[in-house]
Structures are given as C-alpha cells and as structure tokens.
Write a protein that binds this ligand. Structure first.
Ligand code: MN
Length: 458
C-alpha cells in the first residue's frame, strides 16, 4: 500500500517521526512547531485544538526521508524521478476507495487548515494537490497550489501561468466550469510527482505510479469524472468558474518573504470526503519541505542538461539558503578547460528561475556550504571565471528582481580548478590516521556535536 500512512510507518520505524501529544492550535502553534522541527523529524500532532482530525507535517523535509519512503538511495533519487517522468504509467482504477469512507458536510472551516505566518491573509491549504480534468480532451493535470479559505465552500487559488492556468482558459473557451479535486494526505512519491512539471497533457499521477512501481490506485470522484488517489486522506471536490476572480494574499512563499495580493480564481466546493480518522497534511511555507519538494525536479533537470555538455556530473543542489529555487551548486569531473562555464550555461537553460550558480570539482561536498565557499576561495578568479548576464527572464518570487517584466541578472561562478596548474596546488591536505582516531573518539562519545570532524553533512 502506497499511501501517507505507509510512509508514516516507515518514518516512525526509522526514528524520523515524532508524535506530539500536547494540544496545539492550527493558528500559528502547529506552524511554530513545524518551524522549530524544520529539517529534523516529521511530526504528527495527535491533538489539535478545536478540531477532530490529526495534522502531520515535514514528511518530505529531507533527502533521507524521500530515500526511505521511496525505497531509493539518496544519490539515485534524481534519476529515479527523471525515469518516472520519461516513463509515466497508468494507475489501476478501483471502485471502493478509503478516501470515500466518509462523506462530510461541505464546511472547510471544520478542517484543521493552518494559518502560518503573522500577516497571512488567513488559513491556507498548502499541501493540497489539485487534480483537474480537461473539459475538451479529458486528460488530467496534478499540481500544487496554495489555497486561501474564503468561506465554508470557497477557496481562492493562486494559479501561475502553467498547466492549470491553460486548462482554465480552455474551459472558458468551451463555456464550461473546470472540474477539480483537491487531494490532501498523500505518499511522498505522489507529492514529488505533483511538484514536478512534465509536458502539458502528461498526467503527474502517471508519473507517481511509475515512482511507486505501479502502486498507485485511483478512484473516480462523486461529482465529476476526475480520477484521484484512492488512498488519499481527504478529498475536496469542486469547480473553477473561469471568469470568477477574488483577492488572494498576502502569503509567505518559498523565499520566506510576503508575496503580494493578486486577483486569482476561486474553487467552489461541492463535496468533501475522507478516510476514517483522516490525517490532515500540512506543509510550512519556506521550510525545507517546501524548498525540497518544489526544487527537486529542477535539480534533476539541471543534472540532465549539464550531463549533455560535460562528461560527468556528480551531483546538483538547489541550496536551502537560495530558497531551494534561486541558487544551484553543481559538482562535475572536469576534463577540459571550459567545462565549468558550459555547465553554467546548461544549468541556466535547465531552470529559467535560476539566478546564481556555482560549479565545483567532484572533490567538493556540495551539501556543505563551507566546502563550496572554500572552493570559491581557493580555485576561483573573477576576471577569468565569472559569468554575468543581465536582462534575463527570471523568477517572479525574487523581490530584488524586476517582478513586473520578470527580468533579472544572473551570475555563474566557475570554481573548478584550472587545469594548467598542477593538481597538488589545489588538493585538500589530509592528516593520516583520521579514520582510526575518529573511530576511537566516537567510541568515547566525544565527537557528538562537533562540527567539521567529518567534513560532510550527516
Ligand atoms: Mn502538468
């Protein structure tokens, strides 16, 4: 079974889930706990002040959790996602579905939807996957959207000009509302697939099914023909009427800064179903979980593009400090002078929102920002190794950019060592016996909490 509960079981058995028994409120208190636990264990809030359903958060906040729940080694995760994107497969469709166990009164205020940050416009669904069925051709799309509760049966939904946006325009052409389903409480593989962007008309649930080795089951909604994960925790059915717009925002996005208020579409809710004892899944905006889920497909794409221009790419990170979106570090095995700059160009092509990229050699640990800085300090010369571009299309979420015309400046830093000087000049000096002494100190228990002893992030 590939659902949220099976993933929670795996995390629990690996010591990656904490159970919080103190009653906390969805208004600021659970978000505060998720903030304090960010990057640490996932958390299940067993008692929620004023609500019946439990809340879970942080299940995708580290690569280790993705690795555990998907059953794939950390360094294979990018390729596993790329493979699923290239080989989507049809999930099984079932009639009896856990998500249909309970039919609820349509009242969104009964769900423990979190209010996250001080100046947010209100409670926001942030881990809801929106599945829409195209009114002209019947294909489906699944994507993440933040949704503000504006009434018992209405949500303002932020829709950037991507696939769902096009489907709303097609519904308008057809003179019909767009049927949508919001699913909450999903396995990490389903979240990862929904957060990725295969081409238009490719169903992200088919990508999820491949990631789950054909373990995804779908069920038809009760109001329309939208197919949704049968083992989801909560299902909200509704319609987007193409001409309706309301105020949406302010809301804290991936940068941790407030996104502006805009006129956005509305989901009119017509049905709510859930599993018995349904668990509401939360996602703290600007957290590790948000950044990892949103950036993961982009990392994989950067790896794919850079592979086309340099012989060997070791790894790619969209760094946490770079919001999991704007900054990349790439490690390559450099064979020719110029490989570093070619990698920079390929990375910008792979991820148009990318603003700063650093390319390093494969002896640098790119999950360790000090090691990356060390490479810049000892291998980089600005007059020779710096690439600056201006007036380039960039991200809408960077407050320092021209957010109206989406123009930004970009910098590439080639911090790979120059090949004309002997490699010894750039090598990290080593102390013999470190391995043995490390074992000894570990046994004595004196290495706990000492940073830098291994030079890598655990
Ligand atoms: Mn799509």
């Amino acid at each position: 079974m590939c659902d949220l509960r099976s993933a929670l079981k795996v995390l629990d058995e690996s010591g990656e889930l904490v159970h919080i028994d103190e009653a906390l409120s969805p208004r600021f208190e659970i978000p505060a706990a998720l903030k304090l636990l960010d990057g640490g264990p996932a958390a299940i809030f067993e008692k929620v002040k004023g609500y019946e359903n439990r809340v879970v958060g942080g299940i995708c906040n580290s690569r280790r959790k993705l690795s555990l729940t998907l059953g794939v080694d950390v360094d294979r995760l990018h390729d596993e996602l790329l493979n699923a994107l290239e080989n989507p497969s049809k999930p099984t469709v079932v009639r009896d579905a856990p998500v249909m166990e309970l039919s609820m009164e349509v009242d969104l205020t009964r769900l423990p939807i979190l209010t996250h940050y001080e100046r947010d416009a209100g409670p926001y669904i942030t881990c809801g996957v929106v599945i829409a069925r195209d009114v002209l051709e019947g294909f489906q799309n699944a994507s993440f959207h933040r949704m503000l509760v504006i009434g018992r049966d209405a949500l303002a939904i932020r829709v950037v000009p991507r696939h769902l946006f096009r489907m709303i325009e097609r519904a308008k052409e057809a003179g019909s509302p767009l049927p949508v389903a919001i699913v909450i409480g999903l396995h990490p593989a389903v979240l990862l697939a929904a957060a990725s962007s295969p081409p238009f008309k490719v169903d992200e649930m088919h990508v999820a099914n491949t990631l789950l080795r054909s373990g995804l089951r779908l069920v038809e909604c009760s109001h329309d023909k939208v197919l949704v994960p049968a083992d989801a925790e909560i299902l909200i059915e509704g319609y987007i009427h193409p001409d309706e717009r309301v105020d949406e925002g302010p809301f804290v996005d991936i940068t941790g800064t407030y996104d502006v208020k805009r006129k956005e579409p509305v989901v009119r809710v017509v049905g709510i179903h859930m599993r018995r004892d349904a668990i509401y899944q939360a996602l703290l905006p600007a957290s590790s979980e948000h950044r990892l889920l949103m950036g993961f497909h982009r990392e994989a794409l950067i790896k794919k593009y850079v592979r086309q221009v340099v012989p060997e790419v070791k790894d790619v990170r969209l760094t946490f400090g770079g919001c999991g979106w704007l900054h990349a570090v790439i490690s390559i095995r450099k064979l020719s002078e110029g490989d570093g700059k070619n990698a920079i160009l390929a990375a910008f092509a792979a991820h148009p929102s990318l603003k700063h990229v650093v390319v390093v050699d494969d002896d640098v640990d790119i999950s360790n920002s000090s090691d990356v800085e060390w490479a810049i300090a000892t291998r980089f010369q600005a007059h020779r190794d710096l690439v600056v571009l201006s007036g380039v299309r960039g991200s809408s979420i960077d407050p320092s950019a021209d957010q109206e015309r989406l123009l930004t400046s970009k910098v590439g830093v080639d911090a790979t060592r120059p090949l004309e000087k002997p490699v010894e000049f750039f090598s990290k000096a080593r102390i013999p016996k470190v391995g043995e002494v490390r074992e000894l100190l570990l046994r004595r228990g004196v290495l706990i909490g000492v940073a830098g002893s291994s030079g890598a992030n655990a």
